[in-house]
Design a protein around this ligand. Structure first.
Ligand code: ZN
Length: 206
């Protein structure tokens, strides 16, 4: 983790509770334990049934940002208010079956929107290309309104899929297996950046 830290813009931490998703990962105590050794933005993706219960423990553990799934966040403005009071940035995530319209009303106030390009819950899944149209739709809204909301894509991002996501308008790309599953994670980060920059450059000129 430390080796990769200076080569990435942030760490994306998948918090799973074994209830909202079948998998179980880690929570605030583990994040608090790794925090002192890593001087990088901590983006916490909450795949948990009761995300509000975790906001305060995550803030204390050193999280910088929390993303909640729309289907377990019935009152986004209230959740956003709670998070901001704790000094956390706030985002909303859309599972593949949830339409872009679920975040439309909150877009201007969110720090980030996350489009899931796999079903939440497991690493190493195949990228779902049909989710790219959702990225394009939300990018259109952000640009038309001149918003600073970040647009993240999460799931199945690798050198083949990262260019597609970037061209669709995602500006924060989450890669897990494509970095940590490689023999040389630092080189893998460089290859991903090269793939994205190459696509954006050729996309603009051609
Ligand atoms: Zn995630």
């Amino acid at each position: 983790m430390q080796e990769v830290a200076s080569h990435v813009d942030m760490f994306h931490l998948d918090v799973m509770d074994g209830i909202y998703v079948p998998n179980l990962t880690f929570g605030p105590p583990v994040i608090e334990w790794v925090r002192p050794g890593v001087d990088t933005f901590f983006d916490c993706h909450l795949m948990v049934a009761r995300p509000l219960d975790l906001l305060e423990p995550l803030a204390r553990a050193g999280a910088d940002h929390v993303t909640l799934h729309t289907d377990v966040c019935p009152d986004p403005p209230a959740a956003m208010g709670m998070a901001r009071q704790l000094g956390l940035q706030f985002g909303l995530a859309l599972s593949p079956t949830v339409p872009a319209s679920a975040v439309r009303a909150y877009l201007a106030d969110l720090d980030m929107v996350v489009v899931m390009s796999v079903e939440p819950g497991f690493g190493g899944q195949r990228f779902m290309p049909e989710t790219l149209s959702k990225v394009e739709t939300i990018r259109g809204w952000i640009d038309r309104e001149g918003l600073s909301t970040a647009l993240q894509i999460d799931g199945g991002i690798a050198t083949e899929t990262a260019p597609l996501a970037a061209l669709a308008g995602a500006d924060v790309l989450v890669a897990g297996t494509a970095i940590f599953g490689q023999a040389d994670p630092v080189t893998a980060v460089g290859l991903l950046r090269k793939a994205i920059n190459g696509a954006l450059l050729s996309g603009e000129t051609g």
